[in-house]
Design a protein around this ligand. Structure first.
Ligand code: ZN
Length: 85
């Protein structure tokens, strides 16, 4: 599927929506995503922060890995700065 709509405006079936809600976070801000009904029984999965403009989804596992890397990088940067003092 390729179009220019943000993911938050692309309908999906209920099963997929529930899976995305359970396993994924917003790719824009890593916020929680909620599955919502829309008129016509289409489902949308939207970030609690980005709403209709939710750009996409990333898996929770990916975000956890990235957060660990960020913590590691923060430590490394601190260490680099401490060499200057
Ligand atoms: Zn978001």
């Amino acid at each position: 599927m390729s179009n220019n709509l943000p993911a938050g405006q692309i309908p999906m079936d209920q099963h997929r929506a529930e899976t995305v809600e359970r396993d994924c976070l917003c790719s824009g801000c890593w916020g929680r995503v909620n599955a919502d009904f829309a008129p016509g029984r289409l489902w949308f999965v939207r970030c609690i922060n980005c709403g209709e403009n939710t750009p996409g989804y990333v898996s929770k596992a990916y975000v956890e890995r990235r957060e660990q890397e960020n913590k590691f990088e923060a430590r490394e940067i601190k260490r680099a700065f401490s060499d200057w003092t």
